[in-house]
Design a protein around this ligand. Structure first.
Ligand SMILES: N[C@@H](CCC(=O)N[C@@H](CS)C(=O)NCC(=O)O)C(=O)O
Length: 207
């Protein structure tokens, strides 16, 4: 059986749980506590070369790290990754853009807010917001007049981008200014098999 190492609040791991659910794949879930330093456990380090979640361990025991790589692996041969080489490349382009322009700029302010450090780290958060807002603006502009990021259907590009973008409000981003993103997120969250980050949360908490 597939095995997923994640953590409770990890947006990168959330992407994988959404796709596993959408594909109807059974898996064993092992949830690490990042604040207790469980990613530095020697057994985990043998499968996670960067000491981070998510890690997906395949049925033959080989691990895959990096959320984008895991999504591409799982989506191969499914409707979530196009066959057409140009469209596949476009999907990968969005995965790279998410990692370069959005992921840390959203994830770090979010962690600081969740840990009650927002006041103390105000300058760091402002700097990260200055990095993140241009990426959000680019995404919002691209979505004008489009339903999905690539081609005419929902793909792992939409899935990957939507995870941290839907958590940006928790990191102090003012998302009210991005109408294109808001409508697109509603479409993504309405996809078959989509799952909440924390199932027991109120609907507004991660949407
Ligand atoms: N680029 C990686 C980022 C993974 C990442 O930052 N994971 C975080 C949780 S979302 C983590 O494990 N942090 C623990 C640490 O860095 O010690 C991916 O997309 O999978």
């Amino acid at each position: 059986m597939l095995r997923l190492y994640d953590s409770r609040l990890s947006g990168n791991s959330w992407k994988i749980r959404i796709l596993l659910s959408q594909l109807g794949l059974a898996y064993e879930r092992i949830t690490l506590d990042l604040q207790k330093g469980e990613t530095r456990d020697p057994a985990f380090l043998r499968i996670s070369r960067f000491a981070r979640v998510p890690v997906l361990v395949l049925e033959d025991g080989r691990p895959i790290v990096e959320s984008g790589a895991i999504l591409l692996h799982l989506a191969e041969g499914t409707p979530y990754l196009p066959d057409d080489p140009y469209l596949r490349t476009e999907v990968m382009g969005w995965l790279f853009f998410e990692q370069a322009d959005l992921q840390k700029a959203i994830a770090i302010p979010r962690v600081l807010h969740l840990r009650g450090l927002a006041e103390e780290k105000r300058h760091d958060i402002d700097r990260l917001h200055a990095d993140g807002y241009p990426g959000l603006e680019k995404l919002d502009r691209w979505l004008i007049g489009r339903t999905w990021l690539v081609g005419e259907r929902y793909t792992v590009a939409d899935l990957a981008l939507s995870a941290y973008v839907s958590l940006a409000g928790q990191g102090g981003y003012d998302m009210a200014r991005f109408a294109g993103i808001r409508d697109w997120l509603a479409r993504v969250h309405g996809q078959h098999g989509w799952v909440r980050l924390i199932p027991e949360d109120r609907p507004a908490a991660d949407a």
